[in-house]
Design a protein around this ligand. Sequence first.
Ligand code: ATP
Length: 241
Amino acid sequence: MLQIESLSVAYGCIQAVKGIDIQVAQGELVCLIGCNGAGKTSTLKAIAGLLPFKAKQALFKHDVNLLNMPAHQRLRHGMALVPEGRGVFTRMTVLENLELGAYSRHTGKQASKADLANDLAYLLDTFPRLKERLNQTAGTLSGGEQQTLAIARALIGKPDMLLLDEPSMGLAPMMVEKIFEVIQQVHLQGMTILLVEQNAHIALQIANRAYVMDSGLIDYTGLASKLINDPRIRETYLGQA
Ligand code: ATP
């Protein structure tokens, strides 16, 4: 689904990402973890088209070339970003936020009202908290509910792949667990996901594979189930000896 070779990102003379390779297969949940300032968000923003980057190769769905492609065109090709801080429209209702997401549908043809109603009903069954709050303004939702709304809004656009940037950011621990249940559920329904997450422990619990970044480079990579038991990862990234 995603094939990135030798990706570099620089802010002026600061080299934030130093030529890394990332692959995500269809249906995989891959996480990018690492300490503060490791380059995780810069990597995700580059893949999403929000930062200029260099790469030997950057392909989406085998033949969509991401090099020099503006962010909005990625959406049209089926790549959706849920940004750090969620980006929901706080003065609009939950329903209006979801309807906006439907406009970004990338299938090329306008979805019929019946299709949209079906998709909305399916999403609201998946996220019952949103169903209960459909006519509430998004600004009155809790942080976790806003994050769920941001994910649901991306999903109603029917993307082929989701990029999630720090979904646990600013959430209470119980909310973090809830949001990771939501992400896991979305993945189990077949979505391909690249997840950037500061909370390595919880990310490794739901991911298939992980890339561990340090100082702009990939330090380790492998199956999440292996990394979570690796003594070096436990000590450095999970705070456990
Ligand atoms: P965090 O989890 O703290 O966001 P991160 O792994 O996502 O960390 P990045 O935010 O990608 O890391 O930052 C990577 C490096 O790039 C850091 O050294 C950071 O200081 C630097 N950096 C990030 N954004 C900018 C910017 N707008 N201008 C200059 N340097 C930046």
